[in-house]
Design a protein around this ligand. Structure first.
Ligand code: NDP
Length: 478
């Protein structure tokens, strides 16, 4: 913070009779208290730090920024959240029908127009033991948050049956929007009986020959209007009272499943090429486990009809805390409430929009002037890279509709820049590069393939953060 800003700030602070040490101390479970003067001496100050960029996080960002409090949204590994993985949404208020990613795009644009800042990064750890709250990101930033809104959403649940992990990314996936095109004219199953299972089935049916929805009960949980959407499709079938017992495959990919019928107790083998899991989600709350109260299922516990967590100044919204409604519109509403709660908290400790304006807050300003990641499409280009590269080569397969692919792109760019002299990092749009994906048997994005001396060394069917990418490059240099 420069001198001019400090002196301006002091005037404002004195003039507004700020609530200093001890202000909210009684409610605080944190060491020390809400000493605003001390907090403002910190580096990388963020008045409202929103973690997560689904509907809850974006709506919180919109309200925080509109209140001119200074709001930063950490986008996370899946920018836009679960709505990016659905196709059309028919219950987003104000729109009869809108693409999930369009709804997210609109919200982000609106939040940005009020001055919300967005950081393409993810939270690695938090320290909420003292205030201001410290948040460390995977890219190595340390932020000092005056208030935090946790909107980290939920992550897809897995079955936990034998073979599921062995064939992860080689026939087993949780993202139809990302991976459905790899199952053209093939036979696939969708596991689950909720709205997501219907969504996934509709998505995959655009490509696959046959789609069988596997429901473990004798009825679906999906809403009647969603179930009606599958009726016109001859290629979509529903089997009830069945559970996947095992995933089978050859050395390359899934070839079938063992299916248990819980009514007849029979186990049958079902030959299939792919399994799309749509069996619900787990709240993404682990990183806060040491500081915030969670229920037995990992959901953050709220204080009454507020979005307040068990720690003053830390709020939550969306699927990380809501196990009852789990709707995008509700998540956005909760994000708004969380932002209003955060504003109130900040006002109570003496912070306001005038101080926010004078403050030398953390600001996102990393514009890369040049890309260190080359893009290729044809088999000839691929072969040329393999033949000519001296060091290790990492290929990142992505598509424009895959949120986790897009989420890891900034980290991929940054690692490419850091290792420009030692390694070659290349991105390949899987929708375009048909020859390459056939040659390498890509069935899931993101997929990262490491080559050295012309040979495939390892294959990783998942998104990686910056630290994991660095580890991968380092391992190839040793
Ligand atoms: P849900 O929790 O609603 O449904 C999960 C489904 O998976 C249930 O049928 C459940 O079975 C089944 N299941 C859970 N574990 C297993 C298992 N181990 N083996 C087999 N089946 C299993 O989750 P969704 O992701 O479908 O939906 C979450 C929320 O998002 C809902 O509120 C939904 O309405 C909303 N949503 C809305 C959409 C829209 O309106 N366009 C689209 C997608 C989601 P059981 O019923 O037996 O418990």
């Amino acid at each position: 913070m420069n001198r001019k800003k400090i002196s301006l700030l002091s005037v404002v602070l004195l003039g507004s009779l700020i609530c200093m040490q001890g202000c909210l101390g009684e409610r605080s479970g944190v060491e020390g208290v809400f000493d605003l003067e001390y907090a403002l001496t910190k580096k990388n100050i963020v008045p409202i730090l929103v973690i997560g960029s689904g509907p809850a996080g974006l709506a919180a960002g919109l309200y925080g920024a509109r209140a001119r409090m200074g709001t930063l949204v950490i986008e996370g590994n899946k920018p836009g959240g679960l709505l990016m993985e659905t196709s059309y949404v028919e219950n987003w208020p104000g729109f009869k029908r809108i693409l999930g990613r369009e709804a997210i795009g609109n919200l982000k644009e609106q939040a940005t127009s009020f001055g919300a800042q967005f950081l393409s990064d993810s939270v690695e750890s938090v320290d909420f033991s003292s205030w201001p709250y410290e948040v460390k990101t995977e890219d190595g930033l340390t932020l000092s948050a005056l208030s935090v809104i946790v909107a980290t959403g939920a992550a897809p649940r897995t079955l936990g049956v034998p073979g599921e992990q062995d064939y992860w990314g080689r026939g087993v996936t949780t993202c139809a929007v990302c991976d459905a095109p790899f199952y053209k004219d093939q036979d696939v199953v969708v596991v689950g009986g909720g709205d997501s299972a219907v969504e996934e089935a509709l998505q995959v049916a655009q490509y696959a020959k046959n789609v069988t929805i596997l429901v473990r009960k004798d009825h679906m949980r999906a809403s009647p209007s969603m179930q009606e959407r599958i009726e016109p499709y001859d290629s979509i079938k529903v089997l009830y009272n069945v559970q996947v017992q095992r995933v089978r495959g050859n050395e390359h990919h899934v070839t079938g499943i063992a299916l248990y019928n819980n009514k007849t107790q029979e186990v049958t083998d079902m030959p299939i090429d792919g399994i799309f899991l749509a069996i619900g989600h787990e709240p993404t709350s682990q990183v806060f486990a040491d500081y915030l109260e969670r229920d037995a299922n990992g959901y953050l516990v709220m204080d009454g009809r507020t979005q307040q967590t068990s720690l003053p100044g830390v709020f939550a919204a969306g699927e990380v805390e809501d196990h009852r409604y789990r709707q995008a519109g509700v998540a956005a509403g909760q994000g708004i409430c969380a932002s209003l709660d955060a504003e109130n908290f900040l006002r109570e400790i003496g912070f306001n929009a005038i101080i926010a304006e004078q403050l030398d807050q953390f600001s996102v300003s990393h514009k890369r002037s040049q890309s260190f990641v080359r893009s290729i499409t044809t088999l000839a280009e691929f072969e040329q890279v393999i033949a000519e590269s001296e060091g290790p080569v990492i290929f990142d397969f992505y598509t424009d509709t895959c949120p986790s692919c897009l989420g890891m792109m900034p980290a991929f760019e940054s690692v490419a820049e850091q290792y420009a002299e030692q390694a070659t990092l290349i991105k390949i749009d899987a929708d375009e590069a048909v020859g390459i994906i056939e040659r390498l048997g890509i069935r899931k994005v993101p997929a990262l393939l490491l080559f050295k001396d012309g040979q495939l060394v390892s294959r990783h069917n998942m998104a990686m953060n910056r630290a994991e990418l660095i580890e991968l490059v380092q391992s190839s240099l040793n």
